[in-house]
Design a binder for this molecule. Structure first.
Ligand code: UD1
Length: 367
C-alpha cells in the first residue's frame, strides 16, 4: 500500500512526524512525503525534519510564497503530477493550510481517497484562509480524523457522518512524546538566558493580526506595556519579521529567530504565560498547565476557553494588557490530563485508520 503525505507548513511537520513514526510500524506500507515548499526557511522547515526524524521528502515542490491563488494553484498542479506518477492508494493531508487544500483537491479529482487529519475544526470566521481550507478539505475527504468531540459534532451539523473518527489530537501525542527527549537535545533556556517562570512567551503570525496595521500596532503597544513588568520572549515568524524590525520594543522584549519544535516545547513548559495567536500553542500551553491569552476573536479549540485555561482577547492594547495581568495574578493552573484531546494514542489510531482505508476495509467515497 502506498501513501502520499502532503505537508508544507511548520505545524504539519510536527503532526506528520508523530503519525509517520506509527505508519513505519505497520507492515507492507510505503509512505512518500511530499513537501510543497510553502515554508522554506531553514528554521521554519529543515530543522523540523532533522529534529523529529521525519522521512526525507520524496518530492519538494518548491512552491514558496505567493498570493493564495498562486500558491494553492501551483501546489495543486505539482501534487497532481506526483499523484499521477506515484499512483498512491491514499493521500493524507493535515490541518488547514494552503498545502492541505491543494493536496486534497489534487487527490480527489484523481479519485484518490483523501484522509484529513484534524478534521472538523471551525473558527466560524470565513475571512480566515485557514477556515476556507478546512471546510473545503472536510467536504472532499474520504476519511475524517477528528481531534475532539466538538469537531465530530460540527461535521455532523454539516451533514458529514460517514467515515468520521474521533481519535484525539495527534499534537497532544507529539507534545508528550517529544517532551521526553527535548532536554537531551536542546537547551533553549540556557541559550537564551531565561529564568523558568519569569518570562512570557509571545508569538504573533496570523494574517488577521499581522496584515492589519491597527491590530498589529495595538498588539505591539500591549507587549511594550507588559514588558515593563516582565520579560517577554518573542520568536518571530518570517511573515512579520520586517514589521518587528521597524518597531521599537522595550528592552525586556527579547526578539529571536523562530524556535525549533523541541526548543519550543521547553520554552512553553517554563513560561509564566503564553500570549499568542497560534492554534497549536493554545493547546500546548493547556497540555503543560501554562495559562494562555489568545489574541483572536475566536478559537477552534473552544475547550481550552471553557475550562478557563485560555482567554480570548481582541487586538486592543488595553484589553491585552489587562488580560495578561489578570491571568498572571490568578493561581497557577494544574497541568491537564488533556481529557479533551485523547490519551496519547491518536497517532497510532490515525495510522491504523489510514491503513484500513488503503486496504479497502473502510469504504472509499472518492474512488
Ligand atoms: C501558514 C498557514 C497557517 C499556519 C502557519 C504556521 C495558510 C493560509 N496559513 O501561515 O494556517 O498556522 O502557516 O506557520 O496556509 N515566509 C518566509 N519563510 C518561510 C515561510 C514563510 O519568509 O519559511 C514568509 C513569506 O513572506 C510568506 C509569508 O511568510 O509570504 C507567509 O507565509 P505563508 O506560507 O503564506 O503562511 P503562514 O503565515 O506561515
Amino acid at each position: 500500500m502506498k501513501i502520499v503525505t502532503v505537508v508544507g507548513a511548520r505545524p504539519q511537520f510536527v503532526k506528520a512526524a508523530i503519525v509517520s513514526k506509527e505508519l513505519k510500524l505497520l507492515p507492507d506500507l510505503q509512505e512518500l512525503i511530499v513537501h510543497t515548499g510553502q515554508h522554506y526557511d531553514q528554521r521554519m522547515s529543515q530543522v523540523f525534519f532533522d529534529e523529529l526524524g521525519i522521512p526525507t521528502p520524496a518530492y519538494n515542490l518548491h512552491v514558496g510564497s505567493g498570493s493564495h491563488g498562486k500558491q494553492t494553484g501551483l501546489m495543486t498542479e505539482r501534487i497532481e503530477e506526483v499523484c499521477q506518477r506515484e499512483l498512491p492508494d491514499v493521500v493524507v493531508v493535515y490541518g488547514d493550510t494552503n498545502s492541505t487544500l491543494a493536496g486534497a483537491l489534487a487527490a480527489v479529482k484523481l479519485h484518490i481517497p483523501v484522509v484529513h487529519v484534524e478534521a472538523g475544526l471551525r473558527s466560524y470566521n470565513r475571512r480566515m484562509p485557514e477556515e476556507i481550507n478546512r471546510v473545503l478539505t472536510d467536504h472532499v475527504a474520504s476519511l475524517l480524523i477528528c481531534p475532539t468531540q466538538l469537531a465530530v459534532d460540527q461535521l455532523a451539523k454539516e451533514g458529514i457522518t460517514d467515515n468520521v473518527s474521533l481519535v484525539g489530537d495527534v499534537m497532544y501525542d507529539a507534545a508528550i512524546d517529544f517532551s521526553r527527549v527535548a532536554g537531551e537535545h536542546v537547551d533553549p533556556l540556557g541559550d537564551l538566558a531565561l529564568t523558568p517562570h519569569r518570562y512570557i512567551l509571545l508569538t504573533c503570525h496570523r494574517a488577521e493580526n499581522t496584515d492589519d496595521p491597527l491590530r498589529l500596532s495595538a498588539i505591539f503597544s500591549a507587549v511594550n506595556r507588559i514588558a515593563r513588568q516582565t520579560k517577554v520572549l518573542f520568536p518571530v515568524h518570517p511573515r512579520v519579521k520586517s514589521k518587528v524590525a521597524a518597531q521599537t520594543f522595550h528592552q525586556n522584549v527579547q526578539v529571536v529567530e523562530p524556535l525549533s519544535y523541541l526548543e519550543m516545547l521547553l520554552v512553553e513548559q517554563n513560561a509564566s504565560l503564553v500570549l499568542t495567536d497560534s492554534g497549536g500553542m493554545q493547546k500546548e500551553a493547556f497540555f503543560f498547565g501554562v495559562p494562555c491569552v489568545t489574541m483572536r476573536d475566536e478559537t477552534e479549540w473552544a475547550e481550552t476557553v471553557q475550562v478557563g485555561a485560555n482567554s480570548l482577547v481582541e487586538a486592543d492594547a488595553d484589553r491585552i494588557h489587562e488580560s495578561v495581568v489578570n491571568r498572571l495574578n490568578r493561581p497557577p493552573l494544574i497541568p491537564s490530563a488533556a481529557p479533551f484531546y485523547g490519551h496519547g494514542c491518536a497517532s497510532s489510531q490515525t495510522a491504523s485508520l489510514i491503513q484500513a482505508l488503503g486496504h479497502g476495509s473502510i469504504i472509499r467515497k472518492a474512488a
